[in-house]
Design a protein around this ligand. Structure first.
Ligand code: ADP
Length: 204
């Protein structure tokens, strides 16, 4: 498909980053700036846990251990979410894909409807900084997976499983790495500039 056709369907952006990199916060900013829904797999799982659904019950043990929820659960959930009416004019995916297998699954799911993504943002921060941020967040939000051993495990899993996937996107020339150090506004300025350079901001 031509890029013009892709534009008519609205932007598709992925945001990746280690736990604590601040992707959830920036996802909200991007969603607002581009008028697209931000779809966070972690948030969907947490909502399901809070509602006590079967999906939530299945995800809980994995999340509490800092492990990925199995693809057999995660992939169809994402696919169904991307078929919803509000995702037809672009969307932002936050926290998915996280493995190379999920990246292939997403590629195929998008291809089925003739779509492809426009941009992958990876927010990077150093290990000690994120541990500190997450421990602070634990005090505020009380997330059951924000304890120090689980945080450290989530960071290891990111390093082992998600970082190799980032290379897959870098090879496609759609990856932009963002320095996640600094205030929320400083990081947002960096992201905004990239969205602008990629002509993803709405024209008015
Ligand atoms: P963080 O990146 O800070 O750990 P998220 O909200 O993105 O926070 O994810 C929290 C947890 O939800 C993960 O540790 C994992 O158990 C589960 N999860 C989120 N996204 C995925 C995914 N794409 N595949 C498998 N599990 C996921």
């Amino acid at each position: 498909m031509t890029s013009q056709e892709a534009d008519q369907q609205g932007p598709i952006v992925l945001i990746l980053g280690a736990p604590g990199a601040g992707k959830g916060t920036q996802a909200k900013n991007i969603s607002k700036a581009l008028s697209i829904p931000a779809i966070s797999t972690g948030a969907i799982f947490r909502q399901n846990m809070a509602d006590g659904t079967e999906l939530g019950n299945r995800a809980k043990a994995y999340m509490d251990a800092g492990e990925f929820v199995p693809d057999a659960v995660t992939n169809p959930m994402v696919k169904a979410r991307l078929e919803a009416p509000d995702a037809q004019n672009g969307f932002l995916l936050d926290g998915y894909p996280r493995t190379i297998d999920q990246a292939y699954y997403l590629r195929d799911a998008l291809a089925e409807t003739g779509r492809d993504f426009d941009l992958v943002l990876e927010v990077s921060v150093d290990f000690d900084e994120v541990v500190e941020r997450l421990l602070k967040r634990a005090e505020v939000e009380g997330r059951s997976d924000d304890t120090e051993p689980v945080i450290r495990h989530r960071l290891e899993v990111y390093h082992e499983q998600t970082e190799p996937m980032v290379t897959y996107y870098a090879d496609q020339d759609k990856l932009v790495q963002i320095d996640g150090l600094g205030t929320v506004d400083e990081v947002w300025d960096r992201i905004y500039k990239v969205l602008d350079e990629h002509n993803l901001l709405p024209q008015n």
